[in-house]
Design a protein around this ligand. Sequence first.
Ligand code: MG
Length: 321
Amino acid sequence: VNEFDLIHRLTQSLPANDSVVAGAGDDCAVLDLGIPGQFLLFKTDAVVEGIHFTRATPPEKIGRKALARALSDIAAMAGTPAAALVTLGLPQSFDPEFVAQIYAGLNALAARFGVAIVGGETTTNPGRIFLSISLLGTVKKGKQILRRGAQPADAIFVTGELGGSIAGKHLDFEPRLAEAQWLAEHFPIHAMLDLSDGLAGDLPHLLKAGGVGAEILKSALPVSRAAKMQARGQLPPAPHQPGASPKPAALAALTDGEDFELLFTVSGKVAVKLLDAWKQQFPQLKLTCIGKIVAGEGILIRDQTGAHKLGARGYEHFREP
Ligand SMILES: [Mg+2]
């Protein structure tokens, strides 16, 4: 059973009530608890030793990453974060200074984004450290951006650069909160999510939610410097692929996880205007149109030899000399 099959099974018959605007299946839950003009956003996320960090990870970066992941999901709804609860699982023997440093990293990022840490829980967890964050946020009623809503002829944009996050970005990424709020304020964004499992892993969620397909231009992928260096063997690849030959950089941009960039779609008619306005507003952060939404389903990768369905065989077109 893979993770998505399990999630699908578990979310078949979840209890709901009148407050639920959007439940499981988006970046955050959206709730109407009667606050005038506002919806609540609600999110939980965890990082686990051996999966998202190691004992060698500086502890302040563990705390930072745990909160940044949840903030990225609030950003994906174009929301504003408000308050968090922290659950920390610790092996029987732990170094109190190590835990203090986890909190130092968490607190610093929370303060920077105006997030209150309002409580939590510490529990024993034999063997591994884990850190779970529950985060509340708000969004102006009707201004939330969901995963569904993409339409044929939409342009598909991503912020920043993709691939090679394991080289360091996965511990230091910036949640794109200001950028997402600006987008929602100024343009009719149709659909959005944050890239946690890689473009090839996450884009299908947006496509399925909208009942559409996508055509991605391979040469347009904003490949990160880290992914290029990994492809040349100048940086070590992800630790879970020991001995594997380096990934071609464009494939890394498509399949590596933990980029935490925004992916969104907007009518092709406003794409150029949006790009121009973005360059004025966020001159330091790249924004790239990587393709378009099409009728149908699945992902087509277009390169100089044509358009190829992205499936097991689709990846063959990334085997570069
Ligand atoms: Mg997400």
